[in-house]
Design a protein around this ligand. Structure first.
Ligand SMILES: [Zn+2]
Length: 88
């Protein structure tokens, strides 16, 4: 599906209004629906980014690193075998 430039803008505005309506349902006191894009109002240690509070990588970053390492291991199995041999 292709949109012209004006249709893209209309879609973005429609989506923002939809998300603002949802944010107002969840947080009725927030009349301006400032959290409409993310619905997050808290950044305590339990809710916030682990990099900020614990100097850890996020789960998404950890998964990406594991996937990249597996991809490399699949692509060059001989190179990894040589690394294991040299490490011993
Ligand atoms: Zn919190």
């Amino acid at each position: 599906m292709t949109f012209t430039k004006s249709m893209k803008r209309a879609r973005r505005r429609h989506d923002l209004n939809r998300m603002k309506a949802r944010a107002r349902q969840i947080y009725p006191r927030d009349v301006e629906a400032k959290c409409a894009n993310h619905l997050q109002t808290c950044s305590c240690y339990a809710c916030g980014n682990p990099r900020k509070h614990f100097n850890e990588k996020t789960l998404q970053e950890q998964r990406a690193e594991i996937a990249a390492a597996q991809e490399i291991a699949r692509a060059w199995p001989a190179a990894n075998a040589a690394e294991h041999l040299s490490a011993v």
